[in-house]
Design a protein around this ligand. Structure first.
Ligand code: E4P
Length: 217
């Protein structure tokens, strides 16, 4: 399973990259705003800075909601850097734009997916990634993990090449469960990646090894 980090924070991206397990970055307009990145030029510059830190795909989201606007913005984003993946919402205009970019060989990530039917359309449009929002479904007491397994089943039935990018990951067990269900990618906060390391028996075991080493030296 590929690990993407879901942030626009350059320090966090660098920390995950330094760990050696990072495969890409996802961003969205809210994450950019959280880092205080505003204005079209600053946003475009920030995407390039992210691409310069991480080795892998970097999802950059269009703001337009109409087809022509999505094409114009998506092309501008794709021209920024070869690592850019054009992120589009799962609307009729977004699906049409996804087909356009897929036909041109430009990578896409279709976002805000909350149903298996939406994910089926996304694959039909040839997207590189589909982003089901696991955590936001759990937030409203619906089963986000079940959506991941439904999409896995459908995509395997027809050998769709679209990769399942489990998004809106909240914690480490989301990561582990997505891996069990065969999600191709997960995107979450840095804590959902580094938290995978935590185990009290590792800590106490290491402390004992070091203590015993000191006794013998
Ligand atoms: C996906 O690409 C989105 O950026 C993201 O995972 C949304 O997560 P949230 O529900 O934590 O905002």
């Amino acid at each position: 399973m590929k690990f993407f980090i879901d942030t626009a924070n350059l320090n966090e991206i660098a920390e995950a990259q330094a760990l050696g397990v990072l495969d890409g970055v996802t961003t969205n307009p809210s994450l950019m705003a959280k880092e205080g990145i505003t204005g079209a030029n600053n946003i475009l510059k920030h995407y390039v800075e992210i691409c310069n830190i991480v080795e892998g795909d970097v999802s950059a989201e269009v703001i337009a909601t109409d087809y022509d606007g999505m094409i114009r913005q998506g092309e501008e984003l794709a021209d920024l850097h070869p690592q850019i993946v054009v992120k589009l919402p799962v609307t009729a205009e977004g699906i049409k734009a996804c087909k356009y970019f897929s036909d041109k060989g430009i990578k896409t990530n279709v976002t805000l997916v909350f149903s298996a039917g939406q994910a089926l359309l996304v694959a039909k449009a040839g997207a590189t990634y589909v982003s089901p929002f696991l955590g936001r479904m759990d937030d409203i007491s619906t089963d986000g993990l079940n959506l991941i397994s439904e999409i896995r089943l459908i995509y395997d039935n027809y050998d769709f090449e679209t990769q399942i990018l489990a998004a809106s990951i909240r914690h480490t067990m989301h990561v582990v469960n997505c891996a069990k269900l065969g999600s191709d990618v997960m995107t979450g906060p840095l804590s959902s990646i580094t938290g995978l390391l935590n185990h009290p028996l590792t800590d106490s075991g290491l402390a004992k090894f070091l203590e015993d080493y000191k006794k013998g030296n």
